[in-house]
Design a protein around this ligand. Structure first.
Ligand code: CA
Length: 229
């Protein structure tokens, strides 16, 4: 269920907005003070924030700027003054929408739904475009950290997964064991380049049909490894 935070100091307005949004199936929280509203926006997981402009302790301009510096949560800004709305539009604070009070609650609900849907599409398309690698029967889901070989899931340790993903993301490039060790293991790690050899062996056991004749990760003798495409 989508969770919405209303930052609004006029209680009657906040309550009315909350009632309508709850009727539409949203979970809603209200915060009357600007500074507390900002803190909650940053530390809790809200799907959308409805932000009033004039608030005690901290105004909506600053809150919007601060949220945007850290998060992509959709923000709908509201104000009683049409002039203020025009002004904040011009500032480019990164709010997703602006509404002048008084507005009809059903109009607010419609806009909330539209922004949530748009945001979910953005997030969803990101996963499909960036986070899955597919090469000749191997599918790596970087987001979920899962790997399938010809449709069958295989389990990888953290470092095996990181090493396989790094090589698959840079196909046909030869990396030395030193380079791979520096890339996957941080400087404080105990171990040496022999660790790379051991991990390559384990990865091959999980992805190759015949480990003596690897089809994916090739050994370039005297140099290192490459993921062949
Ligand atoms: Ca106000």
């Amino acid at each position: 269920m989508s969770k919405i935070l209303i930052i609004e100091d006029e209680e009657a307005i906040a309550d009315l907005e909350k009632d309508y949004l709850e009727l539409s199936g949203f979970e809603v929280e209200i915060e009357h003070r600007g500074d507390v509203g900002l803190k909650r926006s940053l530390t809790e997981d809200f799907n959308l924030v409805i932000l009033d402009l004039m608030l005690p302790e901290m105004n909506g301009f600053d809150i919007c700027r601060e949220i945007r510096a850290q998060k992509n949560t959709p923000i709908i800004m509201v104000s009683a003054k049409k002039d203020d709305i025009d002004k904040i539009r011009g500032l480019g604070l990164g709010a997703d929408d602006y509404m002048t009070k008084p507005f009809s609650p059903s109009e607010l609900v419609a806009r909330v739904k539209a922004h949530l849907a748009r945001y979910e599409r953005l997030i969803g398309s990101g996963v499909q475009e960036n986070d899955i690698i597919e090469i000749r029967g191997i599918k790596i889901d970087k987001t979920a950290r899962r790997v399938w070989v010809n449709g069958e899931e295989r389990n990888f340790t953290t470092k095996e997964f990181d090493l396989l993903t790094f090589l698959a993301q840079n196909p046909n490039r030869v990396f030395t064991k030193d380079e791979l060790f520096r890339e996957i293991w941080d400087m404080e790690s105990v171990g040496d380049i022999a660790t790379v050899t051991v991990h390559i062996k384990k990865i091959r056991e999980k992805i190759e049909f015949n480990t003596a004749k690897p089809q994916y990760i090739e050994t370039i003798w005297g140099v290192g490894y490459r993921f062949k495409v």
